[in-house]
Design a protein. Structure first.
Length: 214
């Protein structure tokens, strides 16, 4: 798997680039992991309800093709887009979600933080507050979109939405939990964790055309 570190890049051109990559890839195309940050943006998934966007203000709202509801991206959040051929890897979407969550949980553990899953609510939580969101699109057996981990970003924009469709859901970040590591260091750790998770053999099979979570 090839890792690309893209820096701070606008959401919509990056999304379109993921679509183009997925359309053009063949059976021998190497998987890629894109590590990046976005300027402030709210993204609304295919099933997203505009009523969950409460007060966006000057922050743009982009309706995208991942599943799930609404989330926020901004500087200080590590975004990892996983462009993976699930058929070749031999896993399904639910297993991919599990591996993304497990990578974030493992990274948090290196900082002495206990990350958890919450039944029926994809992503990773710390004491009930969301620290990482997962949102995916699968087309022709290949994934794009991925994982967003809050490192050191302004959390106020999450109060302008119902995060992932849940009114009152609180968000947190590594910085809010006392971690003072650099964004570059967290990017490197997360990329390494994801590389390991996505290289491992799996036993889960079957890939639906679309499953989105946030």
């Amino acid at each position: 798997m090839k890792t690309r570190r893209l820096g701070l890049v606008a959401y919509e051109p990056t999304w379109r680039a993921m679509q183009a990559f997925t359309r053009a890839r063949g059976g021998e195309t190497a998987d890629e992991l894109w590590i990046l940050q976005h300027p402030p943006v709210f993204t609304l998934g295919l099933a997203g309800r505009e009523s969950h966007v409460l007060a966006p203000g000057a922050i743009p709202v982009v309706r995208t093709d991942r599943g799930g509801q609404v989330t926020y991206h901004g500087p200080g959040q590590v975004v990892a887009y996983v462009l993976v051929d699930l058929r070749r890897l031999g896993i399904g979407v639910r297993e991919l979600v599990r591996r993304l969550e497990e990578s974030a949980i493992g990274l948090l553990a290196t900082y002495g933080i206990r990350g958890e899953r919450v039944a029926g609510r994809p992503g990773v939580y710390v004491e009930g507050r969301k620290i990482a969101a997962v949102g995916l699109r699968v087309a022709r057996g290949c994934s794009y979109h991925g994982l967003a981990l809050n490192v050191d970003l302004a959390l106020e924009p999450f109060a302008r939405i119902d995060p992932c469709g849940y009114p009152g859901l609180e968000s947190t970040s590594l910085a809010a939990l006392g971690v003072r590591d650099s964004i570059d260091a967290v990017q490197q750790r997360l990329a390494a964790a994801l590389q390991g998770a996505l290289a491992a053999e799996a036993v889960t099979a079957g890939v639906p055309d679309l499953l989105g979570v946030s």
